[in-house]
Design a protein around this ligand. Sequence first.
Ligand code: ASC
Length: 151
Amino acid sequence: MTRQFLGATLCAAACLTALPAAAQFQKPEDEIKYRKAAFTLMAAHFGRVGAMVQRRTPWDAQVAAANMAVVSAVHALPMSAFGAGTDKGDTRALPAVWSKAADFKAAGSKMSEAIGKLDAAVKTGNLDTVKAAFGPAANTCKDCHDNFRAK
Ligand code: ASC
């Protein structure tokens, strides 16, 4: 094994372990577009579960699970798209995202945890179980909107 190959292999392994789907961005505006697209997907699919929880659409465990699968796959992606230079432009992200970076990260972890619990609840197929986990998950969305997003 050449040293170059070994180096490349170790780097690939380390990078993949750190963040499996980390996107690379050419320009700050690409990064802003990316995170907004991810939030749009989350809102659409989370909203479909919410509609069932609020009885606006009929409860369907399979449909709920399919929607939560999208939320679970996408929810962590925006957190890696608030890099340097993406505080300006077509964004409502408040300066607190960067000035209170630890709080922002903690809010993201809280969201992740609540989404995980909601995903598990949806997999039980029981609407009451889903109802109990939905509110806490929605509140983590709201917390971030209140503290880190302009109105
Ligand atoms: C949603 C959605 C959000 C959250 C938030 C909860 O369905 O799109 O951003 O719930 O409104 O307060």
